[in-house]
Each structure stands twice: as C-alpha cells, then as structure tokens.
Design a protein around this ligand. Sequence first.
Ligand code: MF3
Ligand code: CO
Length: 249
Amino acid sequence: MIIIKSDYEVEQMRMAGKITAKAHEAVKKLIKPGVSTLELDEAARDIIHSNNAKVAFLNYMGYPKNICTSVNEQVVHGIPDKKTILNEGDIVSVDIGSFYNGYCGDSAKTYPVGKISDDAKKLIDVTRQSFYEGLKYCKKGYRLVDVQRAIQGYVEENGFSVVKDYTGHGVGQNMHEDPSIPNYDTGIKGPRLIKGMCLAIEPMVNMGGEEVNVLSDGWTVVTKDKSLSSHYEHSVAITDGEPILLTVL
Ligand code: MF3
Ligand code: CO
C-alpha cells in the first residue's frame, strides 16, 4: 500500500532531506586520497546529530554503521571502516539517510577521489543523468514504469547496465515503503503517479554486466565481473506540477 503524504508531511520530508544533503556536503569536502571511509561515516553522523536528526541506517536490519560507502566495484551497502583508505582514481558511492521529526530523507551520490579515468567519469555522469531522465516522468499522468523505462533506456544507450537485484522505494515515516522501484521495465505498469507520493529513486549502474554478489560480511554488494559501479539517489515528492527534490540543500 502506497502511503500518500499531506503537504505538511512533505514539508517534514523536505527538512529531513535538507539534513541528508548537508551531510553529503560535509562528506564531499573530506573525499580525497588518504581519507578512511570511517572518517566519512563519522562526519555524516555528526552533521545529522547536530541538526537534531537521527541516522536512518544504523541498526537497520542490523546494519553496523551510519552510512554506506561503496568503493569501485562495490555497488551498494559497503560498510565504512578505518582500514578502507581512499586512493587517487577510486570512485566512492556514499548513501546517507536521516530521520527528522519522524520522516526520512534518503540520498546517494558517487564521488571521484582525486583524478579518475574518463571511463569512470562517464559512469558517474551517466548514472546521475539516468536519475534525471527518470525524474522527467515523475509527474501526474505517468505510471511508475515510465520512470523505470527512462532510467534503463538512458543507461543502456550509454553502454552500461542497470542492477536488477536492488531497487528504489517509497519513503516516508519508514525508510522503505511501497512501491518498490526497479531501475528497469519489469513488464508491470505499476501505479499511476499522484500528488503526495514520495519516492526514493536510485539507479545503480555497472560499467560491465548487471550481475552482483554479496560479500561474506552479509552487506557489501559487488559486481560479479569486478567492473566499476555507481549509484545516485534522491527522495522525490510527486505534486500536481513539477516533482520536488527533497534531498537537496
Ligand atoms: N539507502 C539504502 C536504500 O536506499 C538503505 C541502506 S541499507 C542500510 O535502500 F541497511 F544500510 F540501511
Ligand atoms: Co534508498
């Protein structure tokens, strides 16, 4: 069941989203060769706490840290730790969620570490743009599959593959709500989009094949062929007009 949010609730989600965006800004400033992913985790946590919000991921299904940091062939759910030091040429996907006044803002971005290859840059750019291709359909009158198809089409046109084992999701008083939002056309039309739906749209894009594995830590998702992977996510509110990006400053 998709929970429709009132204007008041969308305002609360916007505040949570703003805090998540602030945490992303703080993390982005720290990203350079030599920094550990644990330092990124702590910086995000500190920003969330100093804004009177709560970290959404810590203890979620037993998740052990505050944010997810997924390096290179890691797709999503990489666990920050002291030993994982970022190197020049790496890419790192940072996924952050916060709760403010009971509402969640969930967002992910992939950042370059120092100078990266042209191919890696293209992967990051295509992943980001695939989100905005999907966003064009986040309007009354379209169905969810129109969003999914736009993301998949743009990624595949550019020679990359979308991960099919993980999806975006509705977001609200829970981090994960209905509907599930695959980043491809499943052949199911999905619901019509209406005002008050809040959706976390999050393409995960691999440079190589779409297949993924989960590491023995039970969390870290990696590409089977070890190719690079990128992630881009915003929480979005559907309105009677243009969609609202919730997880921006
Ligand atoms: N942000 C992720 C999502 O969009 C959730 C992270 S999983 C967690 O679904 F366990 F780390 F919380
Ligand atoms: Co999400």
